[in-house]
Design a protein around this ligand. Sequence first.
Ligand SMILES: CC(C)(COP(=O)(O)OP(=O)(O)OC[C@H]1O[C@@H](n2cnc3c(N)ncnc32)[C@H](O)[C@@H]1OP(=O)(O)O)[C@@H](O)C(=O)NCCC(=O)NCCS
Length: 192
Amino acid sequence: MEEELQKLTINEGKGGNESDIELSSVISLRLLDLSDIDDFMVWASDDKVTRFCSFDSYTSKEDGINYIKNTVSRHPWYRAICVNNRPVGSISVTANSGNDKCRGELGYVLAADYWGKGIATKAVKMVANTIFDEWPHLERLEALVVVDNAGSQRVLEKAGFKREAVLRKYLILKGTTRDCVIFSLLSTDPRN
Ligand SMILES: CC(C)(COP(=O)(O)OP(=O)(O)OC[C@H]1O[C@@H](n2cnc3c(N)ncnc32)[C@H](O)[C@@H]1OP(=O)(O)O)[C@@H](O)C(=O)NCCC(=O)NCCS
């Protein structure tokens, strides 16, 4: 599928730490495969990263390999977020069927060393700018964020999503029932 949706310069117009990543670095989205397992494990095994995720940190490479084989490779829309073609995170859109097929759910995760540089925001914008063309039946892209995951809420706001509501006691995360904020972007919404 698309090798690179779009190339964008990291830190462009943003006060990120430019010494960490060269200005010439580019963010791209591409399929994740088994050869990416070591990069995948960097974020998937980090409790700091998985704190707000529905999955627990991966503790074995074998489990990571099985996840890529059984879930990632069969997923309708799962991409590695890459810096200079090296995976540093992932982003996915989960499809619905039947009467719910008008909406899809966005999810993303990024290795901690890459936080705070605008990478997730750019990856979300790249998906928002392409997914409605790829999936013409899709009218709404939505994302659910635990209330105290302020960074992720900010990402969605910066990417043009509308904060709709707080869903009380919406899901159980790491054994605790949590309130979530629901965000959406419609196919007809203006892009920024
Ligand atoms: C959430 C996550 C994807 C953000 O990625 P990122 O590349 O660091 O995000 P960006 O740099 O594009 O933007 C982050 C924004 O949140 C802000 N932010 C980060 N942490 C914050 C906090 N604790 N409180 C308030 N704002 C915060 C940043 O300042 C930035 O906003 P700004 O550009 O206005 O300054 C990343 O931290 C991550 O992978 N976290 C763990 C997994 C996760 O939570 N996934 C989402 C599940 S819904």
